[in-house]
Design a binder for this molecule. Structure first.
Ligand SMILES: [Zn+2]
Length: 206
């Protein structure tokens, strides 16, 4: 714990030296341009993926980058709904990213969801429909990669079930993106609707 505290202090000192003016400005308020919805996996650093600076990315992370559908939010599953409402209706982010990742333990756990503890079982049910899109002949790593992609698309569907998100997308004030981050290569593949598949993105910065 001591090491972590020291590291955190060093990071803050470095940040304060290099971004004093920026942080002083950000203290007055945030104006992020993007909402990132990603997995809680410890190997993922959203700011690293996005090459992001403080103040640019509003972030929500949970197991398997899940967005419960609007019907679930209406029945009390409101943690994600609250983030969506704040990011879209109050912060007016222009882009919303659902980012899955390779080797996702949450996705692997879907195969034995009935054996999981109640919290995990209840949560991962919002990803279960992704399995219906996987051809029966697939197996192993290929199957997992396909499931990870299908889950990203499923969560985009769930996002569009929220009336204010569907409306903002129709109005052209909000763009939805589906990404998969590869742990080994550190590259992002983004879903291209016209091509109907995920294609590698050029490095970017927000
Ligand atoms: Zn994961």
């Amino acid at each position: 714990m001591d090491t972590l505290v020291v590291q955190t202090r060093c990071t803050r000192e470095t940040c304060a030296r290099t971004e004093t003016a920026l942080m002083a400005e950000l203290a007055q308020g945030q104006h992020p341009v993007l909402l990132y919805i990603g997995c809680s996996d410890s190997r993922i650093l959203p700011s690293h993926i996005l090459d992001a600076h403080p103040g640019t990315v509003f972030t929500m992370r949970n197991i398997a980058n899940i967005v419960p559908p609007y019907t679930a939010a209406q029945q009390g599953e409101t943690a994600v709904a609250a983030v969506l409402e704040y990011a879209v209706l109050h912060l007016h982010v222009a882009d919303l990213v659902v980012c899955g990742h390779s080797h996702c333990g949450g996705m692997q756990a879907l195969a034995h969801i009935e054996a999981l503890e109640p919290g995990l079982r209840q949560w991962l049910q919002y990803a279960q429909d992704a399995q219906t899109h996987i051809p029966a002949e697939m197996s192993g790593a290929v199957q997992l990669d396909a499931l990870i992609e299908a889950n990203v698309l499923l969560q985009l569907e769930h996002l569009r079930s929220y009336p204010f998100i569907a409306e903002a997308e129709r109005a052209g004030t909000l763009r939805l993106h589906g990404w998969v981050y590869d742990l080994a290569s550190e590259r992002v593949r983004a879903y291209e609707a016209e091509a109907g598949c995920f294609v590698e993105e050029a490095p970017f910065s927000v």
